[in-house]
Design a protein around this ligand. Structure first.
Ligand SMILES: NC(=O)c1ccc[n+]([C@@H]2O[C@H](COP(=O)([O-])OP(=O)(O)OC[C@H]3O[C@@H](n4cnc5c(N)ncnc54)[C@H](O)[C@@H]3O)[C@@H](O)[C@H]2O)c1
Ligand SMILES: O=C(O)C1=N[C@H](C(=O)O)CCC1
Length: 265
C-alpha cells in the first residue's frame, strides 16, 4: 500500500487528490497538510466521508510519523518549494502540481533529489489532454513557426502566465526550425496588449470566473491558421495523471519535469 501525504489538502486541487487517492486501490491518504482547516477530517473536506486523517500544519512530523512514500503538493509556489525540500530531506518522493516555482528553484530541488537518490515529478498540467496539446504543438511548430498562446483560467489563480503556457512556449521554441514571422507592432497603446513574450512567442492570460483551465495554441501560416485547444472542464481531469505519477514516481531516481516524460517514456 502506497502511503500518500497531501499538502494543500484543503484547497481546490488538494481535496480532489484526497478523493482520488482514497478511491484508488493500492494507495491511501496517510496525511493531510494545510494551513487552513487544521483539525478537520480531510475526507470530510473532500466529500468522501471521514477517513480518520485530520488536517495538520506540521509537514515534517506528518511525513516522519506516517512513513509516507509520496507527497502530493498543490499549494502555492513559495510554500511548495519549502514542502519539497522537507519531503526530500525525509526521503519522501514529491509529486508536484503547484505552478509558478522559479526555474532556479526547480534546478536546486532537482539537484537535491539527485544527491539524495529521491525520485520526484513536477508537472504544470496533469490532464492527459493538455500533455497531448503540448506534444501536438511541438509537432506543429516544425512546420508553422509563428505561434501565439491564449490561456484562460479561473480568477482565483495566483500566477500568470500559467505553467502550462510557459512549458508550451518552451516546447514550441525548441521545435521550430525557422524563425517566426516578424511582429511589426510599433506602438503598444495599452501596455501588455501583445501579451508576454517567451522567445518571441506571445502568451495572453485571461482570468475570469467560470473558467477552470483552458488553452489555445494558434499557429499562423501562409493563408491558414491552425488552432490546438484543450479544456479542463472539471478538476477531475487532472486526477488520472496524478494517480499515474504517484505510481511511477516510486521507480524514479531523480526529479523529472512534465508528465510527458512518464507518458512518452
Ligand atoms: N499541475 C496541474 O495539473 C495543476 C492543476 C490545477 C492547479 N494547479 C496548481 O496547483 C496550485 C494550487 O491550486 P488550487 O486551485 O488548488 O489552489 P487553492 O488556493 O485552492 O489551494 C491551495 C491550498 O494550499 C494551502 N497552503 C498554502 N500554503 C501552504 C503551506 N505552506 N502548507 C500547506 N498548505 C498550504 C492553502 O491553504 C490552500 O488550501 C496552484 O499553483 C495551481 O496553479 C496545477
Ligand atoms: O487552476 C490552476 O491554477 C491551473 N494551473 C495550471 C497551470 O498553471 O498551468 C494548469 C491547470 C490548472
Amino acid at each position: 500500500m502506497v502511503g500518500v501525504v497531501v499538502t494543500g489538502a484543503a484547497g481546490r486541487m488538494g481535496r480532489e487528490v484526497v478523493r482520488a487517492v482514497s478511491r484508488t486501490n493500492g494507495m491511501t491518504v496517510v496525511g493531510a497538510v494545510d494551513v487552513n482547516h487544521v483539525g478537520e477530517d480531510a475526507g470530510v473536506l473532500a466529500g468522501v466521508g471521514p477517513i480518520g486523517v485530520v488536517v495538520r500544519s506540521d509537514l515534517e512530523s506528518v511525513l516522519r510519523e506516517t512513513g509516507a512514500a509520496v507527497m502530493v503538493d498543490f499549494t502555492a509556489a513559495k510554500a511548495a518549494v519549502q514542502n519539497i525540500r522537507t519531503a526530500i530531506a525525509c526521503g519522501v518522493r514529491p509529486v508536484v502540481g503547484t505552478t509558478g516555482i522559479p526555474a532556479e528553484e526547480l534546478a536546486e530541488l532537482s539537484r537535491l533529489c539527485r544527491e539524495q537518490g529521491v525520485g520526484g515529478l513536477v508537472a504544470p498540467n496533469f490532464a492527459i489532454g493538455a500533455v497531448l496539446m503540448m506534444h501536438f504543438a511541438g509537432i506543429a511548430a516544425r512546420y508553422l513557426p509563428a505561434a501565439e498562446i491564449i490561456e484562460l483560467h479561473h480568477n482565483q489563480k495566483l500566477d500568470a502566465p500559467s505553467g502550462t503556457a510557459l512549458k508550451t512556449a518552451e516546447i514550441i521554441a525548441a521545435n521550430r526550425t525557422n524563425e517566426a514571422v516578424e511582429d511589426r507592432t510599433e506602438l503598444e497603446k495599452l501596455s501588455g496588449a501583445r501579451g508576454g513574450s517567451l522567445e518571441g512567442i506571445r502568451i495572453h492570460s485571461v482570468r475570469l470566473p467560470g473558467f477552470i483551465a483552458h488553452q489555445e495554441v494558434i499557429f499562423g501560416g501562409l493563408g491558414q491558421t491552425l488552432t490546438i485547444r484543450h479544456d479542463s472542464i472539471s478538476r477531475e481531469s487532472f486526477m488520472p495523471g496524478v494517480i499515474m505519477a504517484i505510481k511511477k514516481v516510486l521507480e524514479l531516481k531523480e526529479m523529472v519535469y512534465g508528465l510527458d516524460k512518464l507518458i512518452f517514456a
